[in-house]
Design a protein around this ligand. Structure first.
Ligand SMILES: Cc1cc2nc3c(=O)[nH]c(=O)nc-3n(C[C@H](O)[C@H](O)[C@H](O)COP(=O)(O)O)c2cc1C
Length: 349
């Protein structure tokens, strides 16, 4: 996958959909790829790995059912080396491009177990994990990638972290430019992503706060990263990958309307229905509301409040129709002070 960088992607950054628990499942991947091809590759939500774990069937489905034509990497979160190796060997039997290890999750439950972002406090253990996983993936001819933050407490830790990464021939390094302590509430530190680009032999993928073409291009230009990984910005706007492609190709960038957004919401619902064999109205509506938290940003404060209160499918689509039956263009950016999209305009400075 990463060998074709620069050739296949016509000089533009490669684009990934950021893995997101309870969001980036098979249905969501299908929806993303329906919009101008979507991202160039996917990463599964993380498989929780511990002594008694077995890979979650629901997440496996995003590998076995992947018909997007785009490669998918299987992400693991865990600390126990034996269990990580066992799980990687199991997953490598499936149609995946490679394995990815999560060194960034800030959830207190995960970090307490020294997994995810918590692992950044124990670099000698990270060293061991990367060593064995590299070997396991190479033995199967598969790629091995890392997704990290820039430190646990402080970005000053990042140089030492990079020293450990540089010891292993990882195929790509995705960097969410915040520390674990920062969670999601700060601007991203593009200077640290740039540092990684300069020091690492592998492609670096810049992640965090890409919400439109301008923020994506700015992050890319400031860091020289080989790729962009986009999460919440893609939930809000599945057009973002196509828009970036158009922008880098020098073509006119399409601008979606509210009616296009209504189509997107419908597609999310329909793809969900294909995956969830049993119709349970409450579950469907609750799942849709998870997406709507992001989609509602920049639409209308009243829309956000009303969608939060809906209980039935009919109410849900009724509120959507009330606000989306219009050719008005969608706002390019979410509100700057929103809790969900925080500090993105710093990328534009
Ligand atoms: C709801 C949610 C779930 C997430 N789940 C994962 C995950 O399973 N694995 C992972 O590496 N990162 C996970 N992340 C972090 C994202 O992959 C990404 O690093 C972060 O959202 C910053 O990128 P963005 O600003 O483009 O969203 C999650 C983020 C969100 C908002």
């Amino acid at each position: 996958m990463f060998e074709s960088l620069g050739k296949e992607f016509d000089g533009r950054p490669v684009m990934a959909l950021a893995p997101m628990q309870d969001v980036t499942d098979l249905a969501f991947m299908r929806v993303m790829s329906a919009y101008g091809g979507g991202p160039d590759y996917f990463i599964t939500e993380y498989f929780r790995v511990h002594r008694d774990s077995s890979p979650e069937k629901k997440i496996l489905r995003s590998i076995t059912g992947n018909e997007t034509g785009k490669p998918v990497f299987a992400q693991m979160i865990g600390v126990d080396i034996g269990s990580l190796v066992r799980t990687a060997k199991f997953l490598l039997d499936y149609e995946i491009a490679g394995m990815d290890i999560n060194l960034g999750c800030p959830s207190p439950t995960v970090c307490r177990k020294d997994a995810g972002g918590g692992l950044l406090r124990n670099l000698s253990h990270v060293d061991k994990i990367l060593g064995v996983l590299r070997e396991v993936c190479s033995a199967r001819g598969k790629e091995f990638t890392v997704k990290t933050r820039i430190g646990y407490e402080d970005a000053g830790e990042f140089e030492a972290i990079l020293d450990v990464f540089a010891k292993h021939e990882i195929d790509a390094l995705a960097i969410h430019g915040r520390t674990v302590r920062d969670k999601y509430q700060t601007p991203v530190r593009d200077e640290y992503v740039k540092m990684a680009v300069e020091r690492m032999a592998c492609p670096v993928i810049a992640n965090g706060n890409v919400v439109n073409v301008a923020t994506g291009r700015a992050y890319h230009e400031k860091t020289g990263a080989a790729g962009l990984m986009i999460g919440r910005g893609a939930i809000r706007s599945p057009w973002i990958f196509e828009q970036l492609r158009q922008s880098y190709a020098g073509d006119e960038v399409m601008v979606p309307t509210r009616r296009d957004l209504r189509g997107y919401v419908q597609m999310l619902f329909d793809e969900l229905a294909k995956e969830w064999a049993v119709y349970h109205e409450q579950n469907y509506v609750n799942k849709m509301k998870k997406y709507m938290i992001y989609i509602a940003q920049g639409i209308d404060a009243e829309f956000e409040q009303r969608i939060r209160r809906v209980r039935t499918e009919a109410e849900f689509f009724g509120v959507c129709d009330a606000f989306m039956d219009s050719d008005a263009l969608l706002a390019d950016l979410p509100p700057e002070r929103s809790k969900l999209f925080c500090g993105f305009s710093d990328l534009l400075d």
